[in-house]
Design a protein around this ligand. Sequence first.
Ligand SMILES: Cc1ncc(COP(=O)(O)O)c(C=O)c1O
Length: 371
Amino acid sequence: MIPVNKPKFFGNEKKYLLNCINTSWISSEGPYVTKFEDKLSSYLNRKYGVAVTSGTAALEVAVKALNLNQGDEIIIPSFSIISCLQAVTNAKCVPIFVDCNYRTFNIDIDKIKNKITKKTKAIIIAHIYGLAVDLEKILKVCKEKKIKVIEDAAEVIGLTYKDKKCGSFGDISILSFYANKHINTGEGGMILTNNKILMERCKKLRNLNFQNKKRFIHNDIGFNYRMTNLQAAIGLAQLENINKIIKIKRKIGRIYNTLLKDVKNIYLPIDKYDFSQNIYWVYPIIIKDNSNYTSKIIMKKLASKGIQCRPFFYPLHKQPALKKINNLYKNQIKLKNSEKLYIKGFYIPSGLALKYNEQKKVSEEIKKIFN
Ligand SMILES: Cc1ncc(COP(=O)(O)O)c(C=O)c1O
């Protein structure tokens, strides 16, 4: 089987892990946690980093740190991971869904403005599948209307938007270090901000809201989302090689672009546009309308040839989980791009350890199906 993702370690991972064990520092109190926070926040030109257990945890803490009221509205992309939605509903806020652009997968910025109401207090902007959102316009509107911005850069560590790194925009940004991300700590995430008050709130929230003086008296409910020294040790070692990692991922993306360029009836990912150069977090393929194939059929065919793929996100506004939360599911809307992408999109193996002959095999099998 060619797995959809296989990570690779090239640097000091083993050395730092061994150091954790030799020094007995494996918990979240160990020194690699702050080192990783400091190094990564300075790489992204942020003042503060708060390491947590996952990107999902980072989103949950980030939303909670904004201290919003029950019923406040948060705009989110309909084409994204459930983590964006549950961060909103767990904070007892109302998600307002915006459709995506069909080819960039990213939130359609022109559709945001008319979703803003007096109740809109925040927006989660996620960069999807390796391409940056055109942030400028949204940031301007949010500033004017005092809407807080959470930038979800989980999938795009190292990507730039107009020469500034993603993860450095908005009031708070979040990252993920799940095994398929550019920096992989097994599981992990980070919150980044330039705002000291927000950083302090996030640090408290990740650590059960323990107080400095009266440790076991809690003024608010928090989470145990502390990252361990072991995870941070791996993260730090990976960060030392971030440029190499980005180079490999881009190379994988561009090899597929060449190998698949003559395949009929599929859209390949956009390599670059004015303000962004694809970082190829994954290699997404969209089946064109003139083919009757769905991604489900194609993934089944490829699986029978030993090639593991993944379907695209299921649109958030259609998630059955919403049926269990107040009346959110009743307010159904049609967001055609995200709905169609689920049916027509899938992504193919593109992990760091992928070999050229595996890319050739994947491409040949895709060619056989479509040509
Ligand atoms: C856009 C986006 N946000 C958040 C997350 C959540 O990250 P994690 O898997 O670390 O919880 C992911 C995960 O892939 C993601 O794609």
